[in-house]
Structures are given as C-alpha cells and as structure tokens.
Ligand binder design. Structure first.
Ligand code: AMP
Length: 462
C-alpha cells in the first residue's frame, strides 16, 4: 500500500506535501519522495529510503522549489527495499516532463510491460507504476487528462494516481474505486490526497472524493473532470476501514473511527462474552473497534496492552522467529489490569496468527483467568492482489484451519470472528460496493500472473 499527495497553486507546495506525507506515513514506510516543478519549468525530485522524517524530512524541502508538487510514501515489503522503486517517478518525453505517484496494484502489469518491452521500452525499476509512465509518454491526446485516459485504457486493477503533465496536476481513480482519493482546497490551491487526514494537516478543506473511474485535471483554469471508462461494479477495499486508513480520516464516504466502532458493536452482538470483566484493544489499529465492543457489551474498556511506538521499520523481520520476538518488543501487558480477570482482547485482523499467539501468552503471563479473542473482521482466507500486503494462502492461518482449531493453536479460551455479513453491514453505505476478496474468495479479477513474484517482493508499487 502507499500514500499519495498532490498540490497545485501554492508557493509552499513542497513543504505542504511533506506535511501531507507525514500524515500518510501509516500507508507506507519503506521510502518516500517529493517531485516539484518550479516557475521556470525546472524539475526537482527528492526520494529516499525510510520514513519521511528520516528521508525527505526537515530542510530537504529547500531543494524543492515550485508551486506544483506530488509526493508518495511507499509500503514496506521484504525484498523490494530499493531506491529504484521509490516514487514519484519522473520521465522526460517530447520536450516535456511526466511524473507520477501511484497507490494500488495493477493486475495486468506483467502483460503490459511485456508489450512495451517488445516495442523497445526499457525500464528503470521493477514497479508496475512505471508501465503507466511509458503509456502516458506514448499518448498523443491533446489534453493532459486525455493523455492519462489513453494511458489507462486497458489497465486493470487498483490505482489512485497523482500525475504531473506539464504544469497540470492530474489525478485519477480506477473504475472500481479500490483505493481512496480525495480532493481539497487550500485558498486558491488544489490538493489531492489518499486520506482526509492529509488535508487536515495542511489546513485544506475537503471538497469531494475523486469518483471511481474519474480523471480530474487541476490547473490555472480550475478543475476539469472526465469519466472516460465504462462503469464497473464498485469494489472499494473493506480493509481500508478495518485496518489500513487512519481513524481520523473519512474514506469512501464515512468516518473510519465511526466504522470501526460499528464493527466492534456488531462483533459484541455476534460474539458476546458473558461474565467478562473488561475489554481491551491490540493498539492502535483496533482501539475504536474495542471501544465499540465495550460500549455495546456494557463492559469497561481498559488500556491493558501498551504499544512501544519507537521500534520503527528496523525491526521488521522476514523470519518467523523474528516475528515472534517482535511481538514482545512491540507490546507489553499492564499486569494490574489483567491479573485474575476474564478478559476480552479485540484485534482488527488475524493474518498469520503470530501477533495473537504472542499476545495471548503475554496476557496469560500477566495473570488473566480467561482470554477471549474477538476479531473485528472475518477470517482472512486469501491474498490481496489490489494493494494490501497479505501473504500467500500457505501463511494465512484462516486459509488452513477452521476457527475452532485456530483458537486452539492461539491458546485462547474462545475465538470469535465477525461474520462477512456483519462486517459489510457496518461499512459506510451498507453491504454493497466493497471488495472483500481476501475474506470471501470473491475476486473481482483473475489473479495477476506475477502474483507469486509480487509477494516475493519484486517491487510492485502498492
Ligand atoms: P499476524 O501477526 O500475522 O496475525 O498479523 C495480525 C496483526 O497485524 C494485527 O494486529 C493487524 O492489526 C496487523 N495487520 C493486519 N494486516 C496487516 C498488513 N497488511 N500489514 C501489517 N500489519 C497488518
């Protein structure tokens, strides 16, 4: 997954983009970058590995003059940590420039890339996003939005894009609307960002979301919108609400905090724990769901697990032994709250089961009398091909065992997952219009032919 940000018409474009990227850091920690165009048409690109604060933070923005900027934070996956795969990506073509930043995952990138290579294209990275830059360069459409429309015709999968073509900022969202993208106004300037929390940090007012299948050009004359693609069934990613987006954001027409509380309330209805003493969250992503559970169940909500916020990416471990150790470094239990109690532990999702297994041991060690695990999403039974970094089936605990066996392996007294129906009914706009492929197996597209390589980290830009 990634975070994207764009701004046009502001003298502090780079500084505001840097701020925006700070608030989109949760969407990607592997690398970040900012591209600007200055008043003389000069191009400036700064990209670095690591967090925004480590890479392009501080006064590095002084190297980025101009009133037009786009930025990117890139998700960390094992093996693909190279600067070549950092974004934005920039190309010069026919006397002008093209730059783009991408959030999502193209499912036919391998085929599109092979086609381009057959006709002589060379690539500087292993990212699917670079395919888009080549297709953009080949278009002769007269307008920037027309060029992007031509470039995207026949491109399948998930994309939200911020693109600089000449002096225009052009933004686009795929027809199924997998990922969020929102537009804001800051004085005379236009802003686009993955999530509204990035509009808040720069003081922009939210205008509206980019519609699925819409391409919007922002330039001196205002905004121009086209909808060049055949309408498709809406497939917004339900996992954005469950785990990925920040709770202070509005995505897909609803507050993430509100949705997570609703998920928690529904979970309490589906899987009550009679006689429990307290509810706590696996912080931070499940805080709101745990609060919703506690409210619905009429139980006290306590901060019984404390998360260390200073570990950072340096502790990302590719091995199972490393992941096991990481749980202890990342969390600790407040013994005084847990000792002798019957507790309800709420997390937003179980992927491999490593986190839960470690936490259950920790909570038992802290003296819990009974540990009841509640999950504010359904069992994850398949990988995501549309931008969330989920492992292959073999590593997904719920793809391999029934719930009762998972509960046994995790060492809990009981385990309750939210039903698919309950999960979808808690999302904004009701059950329709969401992609739930990783939970239901109902994939809107065939699996990409590079799905194996992508999981191995060959640099798909998510
Ligand atoms: P696991 O230990 O593999 O079962 O992972 C479950 C934990 O990871 C939960 O606490 C989730 O909040 C969190 N999580 C879920 N999805 C992701 C993801 N795509 N990337 C990183 N963490 C995740």
């Amino acid at each position: 997954m990634c975070g994207i940000f764009g701004i046009r018409g502001h003298p502090d474009a780079a500084a505001l983009t840097q701020l925006g990227l700070y608030s989109l850091q949760h969407r990607g920690q592997e690398s970040s970058g900012i591209f600007t165009v200055d008043g003389d048409g000069g191009l400036h690109l700064e990209r670095a590995m690591g967090l925004v604060s480590e890479g392009i933070g501080g006064n590095r923005i002084e190297l980025l003059p101009g009133a037009l900027a786009i930025g990117h934070t890139r998700y960390s996956t094992a093996g693909s940590s190279t600067l070549d795969n950092a974004q934005p990506i920039l190309a010069r073509s026919r006397g002008s420039h093209l730059a783009l930043a991408h959030n999502g995952n193209l499912v036919n990138a391998v085929e599109l890339r092979a086609e381009l290579e057959e006709t002589g294209a060379i690539f500087a990275s292993s990212m699917d996003s670079e395919v888009l830059l080549h297709r953009l360069a080949r278009s002769h459409a007269p307008t920037p939005e027309g060029r992007l429309a031509e470039a995207l015709a026949g491109v399948e999968g998930a994309y939200c894009l911020v693109v600089v073509i000449g002096d225009a900022l052009v933004v686009a969202r795929d027809p199924r609307g997998w990922r969020p993208l929102t537009i804001g106004r800051l004085g005379e300037a236009w802003v686009a960002a993955s999530e509204t929390c990035a509009l808040d940090i720069v003081g922009a007012t939210r205008v509206r979301d980019v519609e699925p299948g819409e391409i919007v050009r922002m330039d001196a004359s205002g905004i121009t919108s086209i909808a060049p693609f055949a309408p498709a069934a809406l497939k917004r990613c339900v996992f954005e609400h469950i785990y990925f987006a920040r709770p202070d954001s509005h995505v897909f027409g609803g507050s993430v905090d509100h949705t997570r509380r609703a998920l928690g309330r529904r979970l309490a209805q589906e899987h009550p724990v009679p006689g429990a003493d307290l509810v706590f969250a696996v912080p931070d992503s499940s805080n709101a769901a745990a609060l919703g559970y506690a409210e619905e169940a009429g139980l006290p909500f306590e901060f019984a697990l404390i998360r260390n916020h200073y570990i950072g990416r340096t502790f990302i471990q590719p091995t199972q032994a490393g992941r096991d150790a990481k749980v202890k470094v990342k969390y600790n239990a407040v013994h005084e709250l847990i000792d002798g109690r019957k507790v309800v532990m709420v997390d937003d999702s179980i992927v491999r089961g490593t986190t839960t297994r470690g936490l259950v041991q920790m909570v038992r060690h802290a003296g819990a009398r009974e540990v009841h695990m509640r999950v504010s999403s359904s069992p994850i039974t398949g990988p995501c091909y549309y931008g969330i970094d989920t492992p292959q089936r073999g590593e997904l605990i719920a793809a391999n065992y029934p719930v009762a066996e998972i509960g046994r392996q995790l060492g809990v007294d009981s385990l309750g997952y939210l039903s698919l129906e309950g999960m979808l009914s808690a999302t904004p706009g009701g059950p329709g219009g969401y992609c739930h492929a990783c939970f239901s197996g109902d994939y809107p597209t065939p699996p990409p032919s590079n799905s194996r390589r992508a999981r191995a980290g060959t640099g798909v830009a998510t």
